[in-house]
Design a protein around this ligand. Structure first.
Ligand code: SF4
Length: 371
């Protein structure tokens, strides 16, 4: 069953590394009605109106008032069939999680994802995050008080000034919150961000590959010891708490994206999107784009997304659905990578996955298998 993603492009301030589409504009008086207009219009194009997962992301969705979130969800309920939604995620900034705010949220929301990034104040200030190192614990306490038990937090590593020791303290603090899910991302310096300018001007330097690999290994070991399973390169969960919405991106499930900058996929070969342009979106004239995926594109996506997961990619399905790419690329390259110990194969199920010790080489391995 399909997933529904809603992009809320508002942020109170901008973090120095961020290249997601978001704005500090406060002009959102027509935003919810426009989202609902787009939802209605999507019925003509998207293959289903029944969704299994909903994810309100951004930006910072918790910049919307609870009234706006209620209006949005009530409106979506009238347009789509959300009766079978089993995972309904709202992204929140820890600073926005107050008892009053959480008490007024719709009961449909059963999962919250928070961008924590670090538990070291110096690192948070450098990134221009709004919260301090104590706020996430308070936010988790408030969410649990409202009955939201399924909580995910994001961490980052490879940050300027971050050391293995400071990252180790952040991991311990994250584990100490006893959340069900932790995502951890290696900082990447994206062109056009304030961070890129700071790096170019020599104001800060980011961790080199060796240090990042060391931090990643530390993360994996600590989270495994704490009972988390790594089910995707950047994602760890306690049993039964893997993100269903994100998993559907990796297994090729169709998804509908609403809001400026949001992308949609029909599960076959069509992908379309709204350009990241809030002003145009608010007057109902957001430019859109569309692409038809070629056979090679679809093969590449399957390999790339599958190999990011702990289950891996299924060679029987590849041979059936992408016979030419399988024969000419996948079969010879995967045999070599298996011989080198970088891939593991399950002969019975046909699943092929990256060996746990080789996860830091994932980019190289995936490149070797792509057309
Ligand atoms: S809060 Fe999130 S979306 Fe907003 S600027 Fe920071 S990282 Fe980007």
């Amino acid at each position: 069953m399909a997933g529904l993603y809603i992009h809320i492009p508002f942020c109170a301030s901008r973090c120095i590394y961020c290249d997601f589409y978001s704005t500090t504009s406060r002009n959102r008086s027509h935003f919810i009605p426009r989202l609902l207009d787009e939802a209605r219009a999507s019925l003509a194009k998207f293959p289903t109106r029944t969704f299994r997962t909903v994810y309100i992301g951004g930006g910072t969705p918790s910049q919307l008032s609870p009234l706006e979130i209620n209006t949005l969800i009530n409106g979506l309920n009238e347009i789509f069939d959300l009766a079978n939604v089993d995972e309904f995620t709202l992204e929140m900034n820890p600073e926005d999680v107050t008892p009053q705010y959480v008490a007024a949220l719709p009961s449909a929301i059963n999962r919250v994802s928070m961008g924590v990034q670090s538990f070291i104040d110096r690192e948070l200030q450098l990134l221009h995050r709004r919260h301090d190192s104590r706020r996430p614990a308070e936010a988790v306490r408030i969410l649990r008080g409202k009955g939201i038990q399924n909580i995910s937090i994001d961490l980052m590593y490879g940050l300027p000034t971050q050391t293995t020791e400071s990252f180790s303290r952040s991991i311990d603090a994250a584990i100490g919150l006893e959340t069900q899910h932790i995502s951890a991302y290696n900082l990447s310096v994206e062109v056009g961000t304030p961070l890129a300018k700071m790096v170019d001007n020599g104001v800060v330097s980011v961790a080199d590959d060796e240090l990042c690999n060391e931090m990643n290994a530390l993360l994996r070991n600590k989270l495994r010891a704490a009972g988390f399973a790594q089910y995707e390169i950047s994602n760890y969960a306690r049993a039964g708490y893997e993100s269903r919405h994100n998993s559907s991106y990796w297994d090729g499930t169709p998804y509908l994206g609403l809001g400026p900058g949001a992308h949609s996929y029909d599960g076959q070969c069509q992908r379309w999107w709204n350009e990241p342009n809030l002003a145009a979106y608010l007057i109902g004239q957001c430019p859109t784009g569309q692409e038809t995926l070629s056979a090679d594109d679809r093969y590449n996506e399957r390999v790339m997304l599958g190999l990011r997961t702990a289950r891996g990619v299924n060679s029987f399905a590849l041979a059936k659905n992408h016979p030419s790419q399988y024969r000419t690329i996948f079969q010879p390259a995967s045999r070599r990578l298996i011989d080198e110990g970088l891939l593991l194969a399950d002969e019975t199920s046909g699943d092929i996955r990256i060996a746990p010790d080789a996860l830091h080489l994932a980019d190289y391995i995936i490149r070797e298998l792509m057309v």
